[in-house]
Design a protein around this ligand. Sequence first.
Ligand code: AAL
Length: 426
Amino acid sequence: MSYDRVREIRAFIFLGVLVAVSVPGRFLYGYDASADDAFPAKIPLEKPTDRQLSAAMQRMYDVWNPHEDRGNELFSNFKYSRLEGFSREPNVSRRDPSKVIRVKGTYYVYYTCRRTEAPPAGADKATDTVPSLDWDLAEIWYATSKDGFRWTEQGPAVTRPAKGRFGWRSNCTPDILIFKGKYYLYYQAYSAILEGGDTCPVTVAEADSPGGPFRALGRAVVSPGGPDDWDSACIHDPFPLIYKGKIYLYYKGSPGQKRGGDNIIRAQGVAIAGHPAGPFEKSPLNPVLNSGHETCLWPYKTGIAALLSLDGTEKNTVQYAPDGVNFKMMSLLQVPPIAPGPYVPDAFADNGDGRGITWGLCHINPDGGGSMNDSILARFDCDLSLDSDVPYFKRNNLRFDEHTYFQPVLALPGHMKMRIIKSAGE
Ligand code: AAL
């Protein structure tokens, strides 16, 4: 058989296979094989206008991102690391870390540190040396690091003044601002034993270097609102950034739970000032975030992004406000860090080109509680930065091990089980 004949036969076989592959799908499954590219098997970044979309597919464009989490700069999963350098001793608690700053190649973090003779005992049993809650009888300490994993605890940055003076009972939940070459620590200042309402204002202490000494202002700079205000009970979790030439101090507020339940539980507001000691003016739009507990924020593009966890309808979300006050949900998160203190390289740059975050410190309550036990600091890593592209952090579909589901916080308690069995039998 001539070589040309062989080549002819080969061409026919190849053509045959090509047709064979394409035809069956059309007949076997009743869909157009070339339709593999049909929407949304293939999902264009631009919303298609040539077809009707379901409400869910509309949301992919109007609310979320057609390429889902993998294509979303403001989505990340979070990975956690234990820290080196912090001893674990009974009645020593470290929590609510500040943003991490980097000065001359060294990272600094400030945090609530309680070193008491006994564990939290509740308001009734609290004394001058026995705390009521985990953040009672606390001071602000700081630590340094070269890599963000191994830390050296340096000691107190802000200590409590003498009994009777402003903030004598507890100083906690700090955050740092660098403004015109000086360092400002904002923190919660309590002048009475802490109890349910967790009522306190925010104050500030100033220093010429990140290691202090910090000089306390000795008065409030942001105080709870009037009796009918959403932030009438407390100003918590101060989080200063520099934005549009001003100090934007974001904070958590709450009216306290005294209105029989038809009140907002807690939300986030912002108070703005031209100078670190104020006067701070609260935004007339407050609250600017309707959810979240300890909330962290960072400059992002021309606006501000926020990470919300724990509380409210929009818990476990990343949100973005192009103007710093009107936030929109950008992603839904799984297991976000609690009380996150991110390393925000451009927190005070105010250059209209916020780049985002990739790591920070947070706290963990080893007993899964929140207020009656010692807390520890930990590190989180993520990819919420325009300058990093790590697909590993864009994965979702996280599944958890057996221990996760049956740990005390998630396991169904016996009394609920009995109640369910009883009501099932009724
Ligand atoms: C934290 C923060 C504030 C609260 C308490 C200590 O997680 O929200 O600081 O006051 O809990």
